[in-house]
Design a protein around this ligand. Sequence first.
Ligand SMILES: *Cc1c(COP(=O)(O)O)cnc(C)c1O
Length: 349
Amino acid sequence: MTYEYERVLTPTSGRRLHLNENTAGCSPAVIAALGRLTRQDAAFYPDYDNAIGAAAAFLGVTPDRVLLTNGLDEGILAVSIAALRGFAADSPAEAIVVLPAFDMYAACSDAAGGRVVLVSPEPDLSFPVDRVLAAITDRTRLVWLTTPNNPTGQIIPREITIAIAEAAPQALIFVDEAYADFSGLTLIGDPILDRLRNLVVGRTFAKAHGLAALRAGALVAPPSTLAPLRRIVLPYSINVCAAVALPAALGDTAYFDWYLGEVKKSKALLYGALERLGVDCWPSDANFVLARFPGDTKALVRRLAQRGVFVRDRSADAGCEGCLRMTAGVVADTRALVAAIEEVLCDAA
Ligand SMILES: *Cc1c(COP(=O)(O)O)cnc(C)c1O
């Protein structure tokens, strides 16, 4: 069994509500900072002190607890290599992936030579804590946790993360907080990170801060936990554009707060519309909503695309039969999404 990242279409026009991006774009301060780059800035190897300092201040930790990565995806690859390499081919290290999950966990675990152990969700898509604990063996070297989860938007309670980290002291427990800006819940700053040295938190500036194309993420943990990961991440993996964009994005707190407000309003609009239409959905702590539609999901995605609205078909994911994932971005995009859904569902009725 091999695992790959599913490459998705990149529409050039219309509303991209299929990749959980910031639908308003990044802060204008980012473009201004890029505009100030000089020819020397492009020619010289970049310095990261400003970017690391800005990320550490934003996250409320000292800079020695932050490892910047080329998007969180690179952090996921580094964690996979650190945890899973060097085992004999006939007894590989195991990586536990709790479904439904972000594709990169299985893809990177597989690429690093690990054996992927899949755990299926509860029927209501809540976190299957007992099955995760039962899946831990003396070969387990990595457990992938996502809170809020992508694609369900659900939180993993702190006590569950702690129970898993305590049950698998031989493993790295990766807590992917890609959407924590929207939930406001994080393990960063929690004393548990100092007590349980097998916990690593992942963050990205792609989603709430709108830097997906510039690629900026971070691994956050005590220095002793980060040390083996620092040896894997390449010394210049962040390019100069991301290095100047990050302090600019993090400095524009008014823009960030405004965007979080738009996402909140958009989720409320979506919940209301879906309820009116009799479509079930899961309350989400992230910037997207997963909903279970009646009928053919492929046809629904296609008909929404014909109306210029792109959403993600998640119906092939474990426990997600009939489900679409829709980004909740700026309110204008959400209104267009709701109008398109209403049109398509009423046409079909
Ligand atoms: C988007 C996403 C990431 C990757 O973010 P990048 O910084 O763009 O690499 C990681 N984890 C989850 C759960 C995501 O949804």
